[in-house]
Design a protein around this ligand. Structure first.
Ligand SMILES: Nc1ncnc2c1ncn2[C@@H]1O[C@H](COP(=O)(O)OP(=O)(O)O)[C@@H](O)[C@H]1O
Ligand SMILES: [Mg+2]
Length: 265
C-alpha cells in the first residue's frame, strides 16, 4: 500500500517496525506498517489481540520509538516527539480523587495552562459532551458511559487536529457502546479532526470510520483495507443494510485468516 506524503495527507506511517527485546527471544510486534490518513478522515484499525495496535498508536503519539520506519504529521516526523496529537490510551482511567471537571482539565494543566483557565475551558465543553451538571461529580458517581465521555472530552480538549483512540469503548456494555457510537458522530466534526481508532469490534469500525484497516497477527502489518462508503450521519438501521453485512463478512474473513478469535456476535 502506498503512503503518499503530500499536503493531502496528515498522518503518514512509513514502513514502521517494532521489535521488543523480550526476556528470552525478541518480540516482533510490528513490521512494514505503511498507510496514510487524509485530513479529516476517520480511520479504524482492527486486528487480533496482541498484534501491535497499541504499540502503533504509542509510536504515532511519539511515546515509543519504532525499531525502524517513520511516522510523520504534515510532513514532520513525530517519532520521539509527544504532544503533537491527542492520544487516548487503552484503559484511560479517570483519577478517582479528582472530580469530573478536574479530570478533564488535567492535561491542559499539565501542559502549562493555569488551573482556572483550564477548568473554564473544560467546563465549556461539558455541555457539548452531554455532561452538564456532572462537573463536580466524582468518577465513582458516574456511569461507565459517562466516565468514557469524560475521558474522550479530555482527549478532544487538548485540541490537536489528529486524535488517536485506543479501544475507547472496549470495556462498555453493548447498549452503552451503541449510544456512544451515535454520540461520537455528533461531537466529531469531519474535516476538522482526523481520527485514528483502534478497536476489536468490526461493527464499531464500519459504523464509525471512513476506512477500516485490518492488521495481521503478530508481527502486525496491514493486510486488508475496506472503505466504509455509507452516508453520514449514520443510523442504527445501517446494521441491517446488505452492503454493511457484506463488508462486515469481508472484514471478519480477513480477521479469521489471521487467527483472530471468533466474532462476538
Ligand atoms: N514494552 C514491551 N515490552 C515487551 N513486549 C511488549 C511491550 N509492549 C508490548 N509488547 C508486546 O508486543 C505485542 C503487541 O502488543 P500491543 O501493541 O499491546 O498489542 P495490541 O494492542 O494489538 O493488543 C504483544 O505481544 C505484547 O506482549
Ligand atoms: Mg491494545
Amino acid at each position: 500500500m502506498n503512503a503518499p506524503d503530500n499536503h493531502q495527507t496528515v498522518l503518514t506511517f512509513r514502513d514502521v517496525a517494532m521489535t521488543f527485546p523480550g526476556t528470552a527471544v525478541p518480540i516482533r510486534a510490528l513490521v512494514g506498517v505503511t498507510f496514510a490518513m487524509e485530513p479529516g478522515e476517520f480511520v479504524a484499525i482492527v486486528g487480533p489481540s496482541g498484534c501491535g495496535k497499541s504499540t502503533l498508536l504509542a509510536i504515532a503519539a511519539g511515546l515509543r520509538t519504532p525499531s525502524s520506519g517513520d511516522v510523520t504529521l504534515g510532513g514532520d516526523s513525530v517519532v520521539g516527539r509527544p504532544g503533537k496529537v491527542s492520544f487516548m490510551p487503552q484503559r484511560d482511567l479517570l483519577l478517582p480523587w479528582l472530580r469530573a471537571l478536574d479530570n478533564a482539565a488535567l492535561p491542559l494543566e499539565l501542559a502549562g495552562t493555569p488551573r482556572r483557565v483550564a477548568r473554564a475551558r473544560a467546563a465549556e465543553t461539558f455541555s457539548h459532551f452531554g455532561l452538564t451538571g456532572f462537573e463536580e461529580h466524582w468518577p465513582a458517581q458516574l456511569s461507565g458511559g459517562m466516565r468514557q465521555r469524560v475521558a474522550l472530552l479530555r482527549t478532544f480538549l487538548i485540541g490537536h487536529s489528529t486524535v488517536l483512540l485506543d479501544e475507547p469503548f472496549g470495556a462498555l456494555d453493548a447498549l452503552t457502546r451503541a449510544q456512544l457510537h451515535l454520540w461520537v458522530q455528533e461531537v466529531w466534526h469531519p474535516r476538522q479532526r482526523s481520527i485514528l481508532l483502534v478497536t476489536h469490534d468490526v461493527d464499531e469500525a464500519l459504523f464509525l470510520a471512513d476506512r477500516v484497516l485490518v492488521m495481521s497477527s503478530r508481527p502486525g502489518t496491514i493486510v486488508r483495507e475496506v472503505t466504509s462508503p455509507f452516508d453520514r450521519p449514520r443510523r442504527v438501521a445501517l446494521f441491517a443494510d446488505e452492503r454493511f453485512a457484506r463488508l462486515k463478512a469481508d472484514l471478519l474473513d480477513a480477521l479469521a485468516r489471521e487467527g483472530a478469535e471468533a466474532p462476538q456476535q
